[in-house]
Ligand binder design. Structure first.
Ligand code: UDX
Length: 478
């Protein structure tokens, strides 16, 4: 099929390459000429595991091309996927739909024949209806340019895997023809047994924000428990393990620590609240404000823990932050909890160095006041406190004895509960973490890091199997 994919960020670029990979004839479109040139030459403009291979293979088939022209897109596609960003509006909690609207306004006047415009971006419920009216008014083919919504659930770091083998496909359609078209687009996935849920556009739009709200709530729930554990002298990792054995609860997304960030979860729960208020059902999702508050508090609490480790004053203290991205296996620093902590430490007078294996350049661009590097030993030289804030494998694998020889004081704050605390303590480190007992290590200390690494490895191969791992190895979200 002739597809266009408009917006070539983490979502669109991966979708375009994967769709070409499964046999479609794809045109990727973006307003950013530099990005388009880079993609056309097989150079990913961002770090995403496995993407470079998929991109170069798709380009080699001749079925994947790129353009900056929406006119080209209108002429090329029988199906047009909208994959542009829907960030938070400045000065409001609501989603900013200007990029989605700009695509529609640029594309519709050139649509020469019947086609299906399919939104994948996360949008407020009701957007499909609004865009359908807008397109019908602008397109020469009128209502024969139909609109559907097909939300995307991919996780950064697993974008290729999630695109080729999604948990489920959700199609919000208004006609049997639109449904059939989407079934044809995803035929290889449907043949492989991926569940396909066909519904109306409003439900499809809501599925996405409801899913992200649930995930955010799960993370904030365990972080709220971490606060209680701190007050009660209990261990949140053991608590999460024990809760996770109940299949109704599950262990994934119960990793207590610095909380969630990134380009999706934080802004999606806020936009959902804003939309619910517009619909007159604000109180139904009032709890999301608390989810947000609990999440923000983890950042403040982590800074307070570091200050406490510094004896109450961070002025002039050498602090090293391990991790700049909002999660491992990504170079994305949007709303990164790690960077929020790093900048707060800087504001309190600390001399902060930030290390990240992939995100150092993006972090440096966003925060010139910090010193960012991808060299771990350089970052840690002379540190008085090391904060582990993004759980890259590299940090789990580091030799704490070797690192102890580089720092000035072997003091560690594990903001992700992912390191083997026993091992670090045995190498001479003082280790602190939110929601963990301050006394000597508990049995779960030794297991926490292993769990996380086992989970990440197994989710790459098979997320479903990871969810059903044996009780000895509860799983968690990556
Ligand atoms: C999320 C959704 O998972 C995905 O389905 C949707 O399409 C886009 O938004 P993503 O933003 O890639 O994906 O990140 P995700 O893996 O969900 O993690 C979000 C944040 O939560 C990260 O900062 C992560 O560190 C944090 N997190 C995750 C926790 O703090 N604890 C956990 O147990 C899991």
């Amino acid at each position: 099929m002739r597809l266009t994919v408009i917006g070539t960020g983490y979502l669109g670029a991966v979708h375009a390459a994967c769709m070409a990979g499964v046999g479609h004839d794809v045109l990727g479109v973006d307003v950013d000429a530099e990005k388009i040139t880079s993609l056309a030459e097989g150079r990913p403009p961002f770090y995403e595991p496995g993407f470079e291979d998929v991109l170069t293979q798709a380009l080699a088939t001749g079925r994947l091309r790129f353009s900056t022209s929406l006119r080209d897109a209108a002429v090329h596609g029988e199906v047009h996927f909208i994959c542009v960003g829907t960030p938070q509006q400045a000065g409001s909690q609501a989603a900013d739909l200007r990029y989605v609207d700009a695509v529609v306004d640029g594309l519709a006047p050139h649509l020469p024949a019947s086609c299906l415009v399919v939104g994948k971006s996360t949008v407020p419920v009701g957007t499909t209806d609004r865009l359908a009216t807008r397109i019908a008014g602008l397109a020469p083919v009128g209502v024969r340019a139909e609109v559907a919504w097909n939300p995307e659930f991919l996780r950064e770091g697993f974008a290729v895997e999630d695109t080729l083998r999604p948990d489920r496909l959700v199609a919000g359609v208004t006609s049997p023809e639109a449904d059939e078209t989407l079934r044809q687009v995803y035929a290889p996935m449907l043949e492989a047994g991926v569940p396909y849920i066909s519904t109306d556009p409003n439900t499809a739009e809501l599925v996405k924000v409801a899913a992200n709200s649930f995930l955010a709530t799960k993370i904030s729930f365990i972080n709220a428990m971490a606060e209680v554990c701190d007050a009660a002298g209990a261990d949140v990792v053991t608590l999460a393990d024990a809760l996770g054995h109940d299949p109704r609860i599950g262990r994934r997304f119960l990793n207590a620590g610095l909380g969630f960030g990134g380009g999706c979860l934080p802004k999606d729960i806020r936009a959902f609240s804003a939309r619910a208020q517009e619909l007159g059902v604000g109180p139904a999702v009032d709890f999301l404000a608390q989810v947000d508050e609990i999440n923000q508090r983890q950042r403040t609490r982590t800074v307070a823990l570091a200050r406490q480790m510094a004896g109450g004053d961070l002025t002039g203290r050498r602090v090293t932050v391990l991790g700049a991205t909002f999660k491992p296996n990504s170079d994305d620093v949007r709303d990164s909890p790690a960077l929020a902590v790093a900048t707060a430490l800087h504001r309190q007078g600390a001399d902060v160095r930030v290390h990240d294996p992939q995100g150092a350049a993006n972090a440096q661009r966003a925060h010139s006041e910090l010193r960012c590097t991808s060299d771990l030993l350089t970052a840690c030289e002379g540190a008085e406190i090391v904060l582990h804030l993004t759980e890259w494998d590299q940090y789990c694998e580091v030799d704490p004895a070797k690192l102890a020889r580089v720092v000035r004081e072997p003091v560690l704050v594990d903001g992700r509960n992912a390191l083997l605390h026993d091992k670090w303590r045995a190498a001479g480190w003082t280790v602190k973490a939110l929601g963990r007992p301050t006394s000597s290590a508990r049995p779960s200390d030794a297991k926490a890091g292993q769990h996380l690494r086992a989970t990440i490895a197994s989710q790459v191969a098979d997320p479903d199997r990871a969810a059903a791992m044996t009780p000895a190895q509860p799983t968690s979200g990556a």
